[in-house]
Design a protein around this ligand. Sequence first.
Ligand code: 9PG
Length: 593
Amino acid sequence: MELVIEAITATLDTEGGPHDHIRSIGVVPASDAVMVGPVQVSLTLRADGLSWSVANRGDGPVRLRTVAVLLRLAGVVEPLRMFRHGYQSWSPSGVATLGVHDDPSVHANFPFVQGVYHADSRRARDGELRSEWCTVLADAGVGPGHQVVFGFEGGDQHDGTFRVRGREDGVIELRIEAFLGGAMLRPGEERKLHGVSFDLAEGTPSELLSRWAHRAGRSAGARVSAPFLVGWCSWYHFFDSVTEGDLRRNLAVADDWPFDVFQLDDGYQAAIGDWRDTNAKFPSGLDVLASDISAHGMKPGIWLAPFLAAPDSEVVRLHPEWIAHVQGESGLEPLRSWWNPAWGGGEDGFMYSLDTTNPDVLGHLEQLARDLVAAGFSYLKLDFTFAPTIDGLWADPARTPAERVRLGYDAIRRGAGEETFILGCGVPLANVVGVVDANRIGPDVAPLWALKPADEIVSGYLNVQPATRSAVSATVARSFMHRQLWLNDPDCIMLRSTVTELGPAAAEAWDRCVAVSGGLVMVSDDLESVGPDARARLDEVVAIGRVSDDEARQGVPPRSSDLMEDDVPGTLSSAHFHVVVDVDAATSTLRET
Ligand code: 9PG
């Protein structure tokens, strides 16, 4: 496989219109600056990748959606396979074959849903495959040159996307795209773009991806030194009907369990957006709950969706100017950036986004984090944090979606302090390296193995919906990130033996997968109602997890030998453990070496 640069393109969002304006130029030499409409793109090809920047050379501001390099892949031995890395925590990752599979966004008719898959929430072209932040391309040949690992060298300034398609002229085209989401560049303004590395070395995709993750993590100051962590989370048994009584009954027996963290999830808050106040189900209030958890020797943890606000929340009522907007038919309207009927909120579950480009909002987020930490919480689970990425009108039009996410996270980190453990969730992973301690790296687990097509709640959403099989696949596919970019949170193990469709073999397969991944080990069962074997199962997951995690801490994260082989990979190895999950049969084998 040979990479030949063919063109450079830029996509401009033209004023008021939904249509893009695309211009491209011919082949460029190894190092050059070329004009693409009003913007100048400077590109330097390096032996191991490319470095680039973009400048607005026009007389007026431009809104830049993408800047891209188009490459022709020459000498491909078809079929071409692509490791597709998902955009945010819940997005699926795995291998697809060009010409066989399609992009998940083509099945979604809703920007929210398309946006769960990709930085660019606009639908992919027919036949196009997309990967976010990093990718592996492998053709059917053997030996050197038949596999390339690509990765953006950063992700906090803008997102990075790889798109592959077979053109009508038979050429396979790779588009390496810096996604700026319509950020405005002033006349004369120049921005450095994140470089892109190409790794053609021999090695397994897992190893090469972990090498990329290592470099990206180191240059972004990744926080990778938190201790191995075991915890309890209220969500997956009680969901949003959790009460203070539920929490206290579990806390009362938690001393018998090896938990470092005891985390209250969604369901305590007065409203989405009003995180300091509890609802009637939590009469004691947050300070008392945190100190009661601390008294049991655990870190109190709390969930919040800091960038979302319900239309009828106090934060929106007091500060309507803090939310992002969209141009409606009769003027500005609040930007609706998520929908969850369980949250109510006055508009049938539609939620607004706080505008993280507004300094007052950043001040609010910083103070909120400071207050939660002062109330006693030293573990914050920041959820639905893709909210600032949605296309709309934001106070500072110069910011990219990635920067909007990052600004919000940085404000929370400032308020929370260096000692607080921050877990990202529903987060565009590339945007938060260096600010989070851990990231959820897969969709929600559930007391069932796999979903049937009829279970789909919204078109195109099936493989993002809670399911253990999907969690296995994400845990395997993203194992290379653990302790290179943050600590991986694969989501809770499932200890329950009642009210579950997961049989013992399926639950064990998931246990083993979490264990060998070396990531966070969370329990989310009602501790009073789990069976007698539950504690032994947790102990085994923790014992294996610590061994895998120690190896990851020394720079060698768990690896998968079938990352490029199977649609849904299921093989994961660390120094002493090797798990193979049969994702169709919901069974596994564990080998100790
Ligand atoms: C709390 C939960 C838990 C869980 C998170 C996240 O698409 N959805 O409607 C959707 C709902 C919930 C969800 C993910 C997606 O789960 O991952 O651990 O904190 O929120 O509401």
